[in-house]
Design a protein around this ligand. Sequence first.
Ligand SMILES: Cc1cc2nc3c(=O)[nH]c(=O)nc-3n(C[C@H](O)[C@H](O)[C@H](O)COP(=O)(O)OP(=O)(O)OC[C@H]3O[C@@H](n4cnc5c(N)ncnc54)[C@H](O)[C@@H]3O)c2cc1C
Length: 300
Amino acid sequence: METSHFDVIILGSGPAGLQAAIHAARRKVSVLVLGRVHKSSAFSAHIENYCCIEGAAGEELLRQARLKAEQSGALFLEEDVTELKKEKRFVVRAEGGKTFQAKALILAMGVSRNTLGIKGEKHWVGRGLSYCVDCDAGFHKGEDVAVAGCGSAAVSGALTLLFYAREVHLVCDALEVTDYLNEKLRESAIHLHEGKTVVDIHGDKAVSGVSLNDGSFLAVGGLFIELGAKGATALLGNLGVALDMETLRYVTTDKKQATNVEGIYAAGDICGPPWQVAKAVGEGCVAGLEASAYAKKRGS
Ligand SMILES: Cc1cc2nc3c(=O)[nH]c(=O)nc-3n(C[C@H](O)[C@H](O)[C@H](O)COP(=O)(O)OP(=O)(O)OC[C@H]3O[C@@H](n4cnc5c(N)ncnc54)[C@H](O)[C@@H]3O)c2cc1C
């Protein structure tokens, strides 16, 4: 790495960060991207609903995006950022101990999805267990499916699944939704298992059923876990970056992907749902253009 001073530093090597890198670097500013491509949510996904491709492995999409960003002039360091500070410029410390300075930052660290936390949960991901109805509903046409969750994401997800699945079960400890969604749910054909939780997942090669805490069993070919997500916002405390008032989980931005802190932009899942590649890429493009324009305007 030739210099520790960059015009733009991007935190995150997922679709948002990589698209931001492509657009910023093509504006002839110096760009460093931190984070690991294989830690992107898209890495192990099969993406079917992104325009311009017929369907592709996330890993391959990310490989091509990284190549494009490198060809555009961005530099990469596959390390996480452990500390951010604002001095005259932004100071970024990576996990290996190197520090870098930047005129502008782009936050594209994604989210970590809340899990059920039950035994074997990880094993079933991609084998009938999904954390994203919008992404994977189409794989369950004509099947019976279950959704675990109590909030608006779970109820909206279950309503969406009615268009694809034969029977939809919603397993929920205690519903926490608006009156409007509650009414929609009660009017719908969704089987509501209130006061219950999923305690075990069964199957051979793929999910074939779930057990609930009252000892009952639902024979389903798909389980959607819709328990919300946490943005990777722990790093931002020092900088005073504003989070959304409703959940305090996501970074808020304006239409230029600018946060409340001058010189800091954000893009992708970290800005809140829908968690989709198309949104991440669109926001990354805007953030890359805006951050590079800001860095140029700021001069030295
Ligand atoms: C199983 C699954 C299936 C999916 N299927 C689809 C689908 O079919 N269609 C669709 O559109 N979307 C799908 N998604 C959602 C999609 O993957 C995300 O919306 C998208 O990856 C978001 O991009 P992002 O760049 O915001 O975040 P991510 O892709 O999650 O990337 C975040 C990046 O930030 C990095 N990072 C985190 N912390 C730090 C740190 N401290 N310092 C530096 N870097 C850091 C990570 O290493 C990673 O590189 C799916 C997701 C999952 C989990």
